[in-house]
Design a protein around this ligand. Structure first.
Ligand code: PMM
Length: 285
C-alpha cells in the first residue's frame, strides 16, 4: 500500500460550488496555493472553469487569464502543478508555464486536440469519466441494466483506448470515476463501493469527493444539505477508506484534514505505508 498523493484544489473561478470567488484573483489564488502546500499538498490542481451543475463556460481567453499567471508564479516557486482544463490551448499554455499534469474532466471528449497536446509533452494525464458539459450533465445519469459501476468502467476503458491511440503512453494516465458528474448521490456511493472494478482497468485511480453534494446530502438536517465548508469530517472518513483501497491521488480542498486522516492510516499500517515524501513524475503518471 502506498500513501495516496494529495492534490490541493485552487479554483481561480468566481462560481465554483465549494469556493467560488474566494481565490478568483491571481494574488489570492497564489496565496491559497502556498497555504495548501504548507498544509501538506503534494501538488496543486489549478482550474479556471467551474464544473458545478449548471455552470456556464468562460471563453478561452478568460480561462487563460485566470490560470496562467497563477501557474507561472507557483511553478517558479517549485510547486508541482496540475492544470484542471478541458481545452487544448489552455493545457498547452499551462504546460509551457510549468504545469506537469493535465487534469481533463472530460477525458478528451470536450476537446479531442488536448490529447495531441499531452502526447507531445511528457505530462501526466488525468482522464475523468464525463458525459456532458455542466449546463446539462445531470440529464445524462442513465446507466442501463449493468448499473453505474459497469457503465463508468466501460466508458473509461473506451477513453483509455482513445488516449493510447492518440499516442499517450498509458503509464502516464490516471483514471477518475468523476463523482458528481452525470451521477446521482447513490451513483457516487456505488462507485466508491465498486472501485475494484475500476482498478481492473489497470491504471492508478484519482478520486475527487471533497465537499461534493452527496456528502452534503448524507449529512443533511431536516432536508437541508450540510453547507460545503462543513463536510470535511465526512470526507476525512472517506479518505481512510480510499487510502486502504490504494487510490493513488486524492483531489481535495481540505488538505490538512486529508493529511491528518492519511497519518492515521499510516500509523495503523504499522510502518507498512511508504511516506509520500515528494511527488515525482512517475508518481502521478
Ligand atoms: N471535480 C471537480 C473539478 N475537477 N477533476 C477531477 N479529476 N475529478 C473531480 O472529481 C473533479 C475535478 C469539481 O469540484 P470543485 O468545483 O470543487 O473543484
Amino acid at each position: 500500500m502506498t500513501r495516496p498523493r494529495v492534490m490541493g484544489i485552487v479554483n481561480v473561478t468566481p462560481d465554483s460550488f465549494s469556493d467560488g470567488g474566494l481565490y478568483a484573483d491571481t494574488s489570492r489564488a497564489v496565496e491559497h496555493g502556498r497555504q495548501l502546500l504548507a498544509d501538506g499538498a503534494d501538488l496543486l490542481d489549478i482550474g479556471g472553469e467551474s464544473t458545478r451543475p449548471g455552470a456556464t463556460r468562460p471563453v478561452v481567453g478568460e480561462e487563460l487569464d485566470r490560470v496562467i499567471p497563477v501557474i507561472t508564479q507557483l511553478a517558479a516557486e517549485g510547486a508541482r502543478i496540475s492544470v484542471d482544463t478541458m481545452r487544448a490551448p489552455v493545457a498547452e499554455a499551462a504546460l509551457a508555464a510549468g504545469a506537469q499534469v493535465v487534469n481533463d474532466v472530460s477525458g478528451g471528449l470536450a476537446d479531442p486536440e488536448i490529447l495531441e497536446v499531452v502526447a507531445h509533452s511528457d505530462a501526466a494525464y488525468v482522464a475523468m469519466h464525463w458525459r456532458a458539459h455542466a449546463t446539462d450533465m445531470q440529464d445524462f445519469t442513465g446507466y442501463g441494466p449493468g448499473g453505474v459501476v459497469e457503465g463508468v468502467r466501460r466508458e473509461l476503458g473506451e477513453r483509455l483506448a482513445a488516449i493510447v491511440a492518440a499516442g499517450i503512453d498509458p503509464e502516464r494516465v490516471l483514471l477518475d470515476p468523476g463523482l458528481g458528474f452525470a451521477k446521482t448521490a447513490e451513483h457516487n456511493w456505488e462507485l466508491l463501493r465498486g472501485l475494484a472494478a475500476l482498478e481492473s482497468l489497470g491504471r492508478p485511480l484519482l478520486i475527487g469527493a471533497s465537499r461534493k453534494s452527496f456528502l452534503g446530502a448524507l449529512l443533511a438536517l431536516d432536508g437541508v444539505p450540510r453547507p460545503v465548508g462543513e463536510r470535511e469530517f465526512a470526507h476525512a472518513a472517506l479518505v481512510v477508506l480510499l487510502a486502504q483501497r490504494s487510490v493513488s491521488c486524492l483531489r481535495v480542498h481540505d488538505v490538512r484534514a486529508t493529511c491528518d486522516a492519511l497519518a492515521v492510516v499510516e500509523a495503523l499500517a504499522a510502518g507498512g505505508v511508504a511516506s509520500a515524501g515528494g511527488v515525482g513524475q512517475g508518481d502521478v503518471s
